[in-house]
Design a binder for this molecule. Structure first.
Ligand SMILES: [Cu+2]
Length: 290
């Protein structure tokens, strides 16, 4: 087979092969677990536009390579301007770009426009773990500041703020959520950039030290889903994993009751310290008696 055929056939196979690969691929998105089906639609629209253009261009290239192959009796024509073609390309490109941008902007607007009065949960990222905080009975989070962060107060809650006392602290990488209840997620980092990402929720947002970012979502099915960090945040980045358990409101309430409040966790820390001081004093006494 001559060269002019090989290149055209290869291009044709790349175009058709991409479509076949897409249909047979096992790597489809996991079934969605939140209200953000719009995000899936947006990805689908982008995929269809880029996919159609990709296949069309590859097939067109294959056609041109074959049709305008070298022949001794033919000469190329130099045509630097073609107004009609340029108009068509400009209009089609503009439509393609609008088709890819507009749905994304529409969904983004809804993603960050939080419905009034919904419950809140805070996610705190640090190298390399996740912790969570619920506002407690008063429905208000205690204020936080970097200067309050220490080993007994990893969330950096202001100990003098009365709203913080009943905050429920989940010092564990596993978060529970009640099915069907919308939540505003407040995202904080205590060290470097992280990114809270639950693939089944389709939700994802950077966590920036010194500020609080947010989005909202409503769960639509129960299950246990991986929490991933989607921002390269240091050598332990790949170990920054967690889990979200979406369960019945009753099971959620039972789990929430087991988590300590900020006041309790401070008390426990004090007890631990007292015990340590006592045992050190006893040891010193024993040593001096020798
Ligand atoms: Cu991270």
């Amino acid at each position: 087979m001559s060269n002019r055929w090989t290149v055209a056939i290869m291009l044709f196979l790349v175009g058709i092969g991409s479509v076949v690969f897409h249909i047979l691929s096992p790597w489809w998105a996991t079934p969605i677990a939140s209200n953000w089906s719009y995000i899936d639609i947006t990805i689908d629209i982008t995929f269809w536009i880029t996919g159609t253009v990709f296949v069309a261009i590859i097939l067109f290239m294959g056609y041109c390579v074959f049709k305008y192959r070298y022949r001794a009796d033919r000469r190329a024509v130099y045509e630097p301007e073609n107004k009609k073609l340029e108009w068509w390309l400009t209009i089609l490109t503009t439509l393609g770009v609008i088709g890819m941008l507009a749905p994304g902007l529409y969904v983004w607007n809804q993603f960050v426009e939080v419905p009034k009065g919904i419950a809140e949960v805070e996610v705190v990222g640090k190298q390399w773990a996740w912790t969570y905080r619920f506002p407690g009975k008063d429905g208000k989070f205690g204020k936080t500041e970097a200067k309050f962060i220490n080993e007994d107060n990893t969330f950096g809650i202001n100990p003098k703020d009365p709203a913080g006392k009943d905050d429920i602290l989940v010092d564990d990488t596993e978060l529970h959520l009640p099915l069907g209840k919308p939540y505003k997620f407040l995202l904080r980092s205590t060290d470097v950039l992280h990114d809270f990402y639950v693939p089944q929720f389709r939700a994802k947002m950077d966590m920036v030290p010194g500020t609080v970012t947010y989005f909202w979502l409503k769960t639509i099915r129960t299950g246990t889903f991986d929490v991933l960090c989607a921002e390269l945040c240091g050598v332990g980045h790949h170990t920054m994993r967690g889990e979200v358990v979406v369960e019945s409101p009753k099971a959620f309430e039972a789990w929430l009751k087991e988590q300590p409040t900020f006041a309790q966790s401070l008390k426990d820390a004090r007890k631990r310290k007292d015990k340590k001081t006592e045992s050190l004093a006893a040891q010193a006494k024993r040593n001096s008696g020798r």
